[in-house]
Write a protein that binds this ligand. Sequence first.
Ligand SMILES: [Zn+2]
Length: 235
Amino acid sequence: MTTPRRVLIMTAHPDDADIMAGGTVARWIDEGHEVHSVMFTRGDKGHDDPGMTPEQVAAMREVEQRSAAAILGVQRLTFLDFKDGELAWAGPALAEAATRLIREERPDTIVTHDPYGGAPTYRVPQLHPDHRAIGYAVVEACYFRAPGPLYYPVHAAAGFAPYRVREILLIMSDHADHVVDIASTFALKVQAVRAHATQFGNHPDVEGFLRGLATRAGAPFNTPLAEGFKRLTPS
Ligand SMILES: [Zn+2]
């Protein structure tokens, strides 16, 4: 039995982490690690029906995310109250929230979005402004704000000392250099992603979509089903 690692996932919307890292998360849980997943928004713009209100969508997506987390075994979920589509305008508040979470949780590993994705592939998920905004906020917090005692001294006064994260795994990256074999947890990942009914309820082939993602992620590493990450090690 290895020492349990503390993993803090910081993503923009419900479903981001399940699609990109659900198999890895299920493996971590199996191995006895502790996973806390934080969604900075409830994905309140994530519906194509103009008759829905953002509040209704947010409520539905929170329920879906709780179901998905239960399927994977994620021990803790937190929803912050930033608005879907507006993270790029939340600069100072977003930076402070990311820094505070890191100092409070003191994780061994952080999972977040790659803010530097988008060139040369310009894949749609990489172009989402929320994904970029939270990626920048979290990576900058890991390297500079969370370990720097002169940033937000109010945190230390509240009992949360500066902290340096040693490992960051970036999802949606064009520069993946770290791969996790998800053959043993792929079926669980499919179930978790299907729990996001507002996003995948009408999808003709969720399993095929995820199998394609996993096959492409694993191909450069000779791993049939994988999730790929860009790994950063701040020091
Ligand atoms: Zn997203």
